[in-house]
Structure formats: C-alpha cells, structure tokens
Design a protein around this ligand. Structure first.
Ligand code: AMP
Length: 119
C-alpha cells in the first residue's frame, strides 16, 4: 500500500475523521473504529514505521514514548487499576491489517488469559 493511502497516516494528517483522544509531539492515539473491548485505542508514532520489523536503533526513544503514553492513556481511561492489554501485531500471522506500527490498548472488561487459552 502506498503510504499516502495509509489510513493511519490520513488520521494523523486529519484527512479522515477519528476520535483522537491524545496527541503530543511523538504520538497520536484515537479510538479503534471497530472496538474489540469497551476501551480500544490505537496509538501510533507521529513518524511512519511500517511494523516491528522496521524499527531501528534511532526509534528507541519513540518506542519508549509509545509505552509510556500507553500507560498514561490507561490511567486517563480509568483502566489502569482494573487492567488492560497492549498488543502490537506484525505481518500476516498476527493479523496485522494496517501497515503502520501501532499499539492496541484494550481494557474495560476481563480479556481472558491470552497466553494460556489462545496459543
Ligand atoms: P491491526 O490488525 O493490528 O493492523 O489493527 C488495525 C486496527 O485498525 C483494527 O482494530 C481496525 O478496527 C482499526 N481501524 C481500521 N480503520 C480504522 C479507522 N479509520 N479508524 C480507527 N481505527 C481503524
């Protein structure tokens, strides 16, 4: 997919609507359009990284920011105490649909034990 047609890139550039819930110099977070839990937020870096396979040493700071802001958003959404799950998909077998590195922040209900049940 050509980067200009990338949905998350368009959200970042305000070319399509989304419910942006957090934005700073490094990251942008918005509600997932097809939520899999009561809270389902997508967090992306403001620079384009295709997926985990394309992370470079120079991206370490931004990846740290992504994790830090994920925990801030969990607090903001009041799921920090009840619990939440962060997911990063990479390529076909993970089900990655959008070629733009992103963290899913999921919570607001019991999500099950993914390691025991789904592997
Ligand atoms: P992944 O399978 O990890 O690539 O996840 C892609 C996620 O993006 C899915 O959970 C979709 O529901 C979500 N998504 C797709 N289009 C949009 C959109 N326009 N706004 C918000 N979320 C979207």
């Amino acid at each position: 997919m050509y980067i200009k047609d990338n949905i998350f890139k368009k959200i970042l550039n305000n070319e399509i609507n989304s419910n942006i819930i957090y934005k700073n110099k490094y990251v942008t977070a918005f509600d997932d359009i097809n939520p899999k839990a009561p809270i389902h937020i997508i967090l992306i870096p403001n620079i384009y990284i295709k997926n985990m396979n394309y992370v470079k040493k120079s991206n370490i700071y931004i990846l740290g920011k992504m994790l830090l802001i994920s925990s801030k958003i969990a607090k903001l959404k009041n799921i920090d105490k009840s619990g939440y799950r962060l997911i990063i998909n990479c390529n076909k077998d993970s089900g990655q649909e959008i070629d733009y590195l992103h963290i899913h922040i999921l919570g607001g209900k019991f999500l099950g034990n993914i390691i025991c049940n789904n592997l």
